[in-house]
Design a protein around this ligand. Structure first.
Ligand code: MG
Length: 292
């Protein structure tokens, strides 16, 4: 789930006044092991949902499977009841945002249709730590325009993650995401951002999907981030529906969203929200690259 940047600015200003400093929480090795465990758990949920996305399935059905998997594994669905700054509590285990919906969509009994795209965002809390991940999935056969939007959003996420090295800066993440997205003329959502993550879903810093290299907070070992580019076919501008949660594009054009939770280690970024099989495949790929 994203954090609203306007609200976040107010919060962080109040925090600065109270403490005189920003607090990005570096995780201990013990904490990181818990972040790894919850990351793998939520990645299993994400991959279970990915294969369920076919024409005719409803987002309520996807939500029910996600909630059951989270609870059966002994974790708590983090989104249920989430109510920042007096908002109405979020009622579902996942955010399901179809077509022009960007983020924070409610699950419904409306069947997904061939040609739709659906962003599924989910988080759970396990042994006190949160894992947060999202993907946008094509429903059946989608247009080339939408396929490209999804692909570029995933590439932006990968480029952003690559910047998460010690002594880089948070602005480096937004800079590479912005550059890649703008190469394709996409609108980059500015009202919602990625975020630090740990015992809370939303910790400092805010991680916008735009920015300038060499600016903002310095990245240090033990920081955990949720990076989540949100790209629109048209305008970057957003509006919120009457349910007070669902965020849609102002021009009604489609949007895509992708998110991983990662840890900054001395060896570089470690993506936490991967399944065991995905971690093994990644490791194998890296070894093969080195061998080649
Ligand atoms: Mg998030």
């Amino acid at each position: 789930m994203t954090t609203g940047s306007k609200i976040g600015v107010v919060f962080s200003k109040a925090f600065h006044i109270l403490t005189g400093k920003k607090m990005i929480i570096a995780k201990s090795q013990k904490d990181l092991d818990k972040m790894r465990a919850v990351g793998e758990l939520i990645a299993d949920v994400r991959e279970a949902l990915r294969v369920m996305v076919v024409p005719g399935v409803t987002t309520l059905e996807l939500n029910a499977v996600a909630e059951k998997m989270m609870r059966d594994a002994g974790s708590i669905p983090t989104f249920i009841g989430y109510a920042p700054h007096g908002m109405i509590p979020f009622p579902f285990a996942i955010c399901a945002s179809v077509n022009e919906a960007i983020v924070h969509g409610f699950s419904t009994a409306i069947p997904l249709k061939d040609g739709d795209v659906v962003s599924l965002d989910m988080a759970c809390t396990y042994h006190g730590f949160v894992g947060d991940t999202a993907m946008t999935v094509p429903v059946g056969d989608v247009s080339d325009e939408l396929k490209q939007l999804i692909r570029v959003t995933e590439e932006c996420l990968a480029f952003g993650i690559e910047q998460c090295h010690i002594n880089n800066r948070v602005g480096d993440i937004g800079a590479v995401i912005q550059q890649h997205a703008e190469n394709f003329g996409y609108g980059i959502v500015r009202d919602y951002t990625g975020h630090g993550i740990g015992r809370s879903m939303h910790e400092a810093p805010q991680i916008p999907n735009y920015g300038r290299q060499g600016t903002k907070e310095k990245i240090r070992a033990g920081y955990c981030f949720a990076i989540e580019p949100m790209l629109n076919l048209g305008t970057h501008e957003t509006k919120t529906l009457a349910d007070k949660w669902t965020v849609v594009t102002k021009d009604g054009k489609a949007s895509a969203h992708a998110e991983h939770t990662l840890a900054v280690t001395p060896d570089g970024p470690e993506i936490l929200t991967l399944t065991k099989a995905q971690k093994l495949a990644l490791k194998k790929g890296k070894t093969e690259t080195v061998a080649a």
